[in-house]
Design a protein around this ligand. Structure first.
Ligand SMILES: O=C(CO)COP(=O)(O)O
Length: 251
């Protein structure tokens, strides 16, 4: 059985004090939130203070992005060694906001994914279609292209450390959640793509998260779907009760 993973993507929110408070709130309630793996991904500048706030708790630390280079003249970028140095275990890559606002391509995402894997980080690789792509009946094609491009060159051994997140762009921050049927269809497609590229056994072991307006009130039906193995949570990860409520809903 795949262990559920509930990851909070705080995006560009919080300040130092509220980041610490939020991390402590999540850590304090983690023991009663079931046995899902919990991860919080604060803004990079607060990784350090959040790591301290999480010390001794089962909650893991994740980053929201990472450079595909090791070090050097890359102004404004953050390397894998800087992340691992702070105790980061997961890194979100290819989030739709990185793709649509900052122009990241599938090639950028695969470069980062390979670098993260080589550094021992678990990448949470995001894919998802735009509303116009869904309306044009292109969802499966878009997901396949992003899957193939973003995970290009990832070996059979490496893929076992990867988490995939399906985040329909039209559901992110909009309050419009995918229906269970829409979510399961894409998750099952992703599982099939993993089976085709690797093996059925490997595909069965990989966690595929759903992201997009997940809340305590809609999490139970999404997390009960056969191919949904957790959530990547934006807005609702900014309140410990909501974030932990989602984890509890997956019990
Ligand atoms: O983008 C997301 C997580 O990465 C989802 O954001 P919301 O939960 O705010 O819709």
């Amino acid at each position: 059985m795949r262990k559920k993973l509930i990851a909070g993507n705080w995006k560009m929110n919080t300040d130092r004090a509220t980041a610490v408070e939020l991390a402590k709130g999540v850590a304090a309630g983690a023991a009663e939130a079931g046995d899902a793996d919990l991860v919080v991904c604060p803004p990079a500048v607060y990784l350090s203070v959040v790591a301290e706030a999480l010390a001794g708790s089962p909650v893991a630390l994740g980053a929201q992005n990472m450079c595909c280079q090791d070090n050097g003249a890359f102004t404004g970028e953050i390397s894998h060694t800087m992340l691992t140095d702070l105790g980061v275990e997961y890194v979100i890559l290819g989030h739709s906001e990185r793709r649509t606002i900052f122009g990241e391509t599938d090639k950028n995402v695969s470069d980062k994914t390979l670098k993260a894997l080589a550094a021992g980080l678990a990448p949470i690789v995001c894919v998802g279609e735009l509303l116009e792509e869904r309306e044009a009946g292109k969802t499966a094609e878009v997901i396949r292209t992003q899957f193939e491009g973003s995970l290009a060159g990832v070996s059979e051994t490496q893929i076992t450390s990867v988490v995939i997140a399906y985040e329909p762009v039209w559901a992110i921050g909009t309050g419009k959640v995918a229906t269970p049927e829409q979510a399961e269809e894409v998750h099952a497609d992703l599982r099939r793509l993993l089976t085709e590229r690797y093996t059925a056994e490997i595909a069965q072991g990989i966690r595929i998260l759903y992201g997009g307006s997940m809340k305590p009130g809609n999490a139970a039906e999404l997390l009960a779907l056969p191919n949904v193995d957790g959530g990547l949570i934006g807005g609702a990860s900014l309140k410990p009760a909501d974030f932990l409520g989602i984890a509890k809903a997956g019990l």
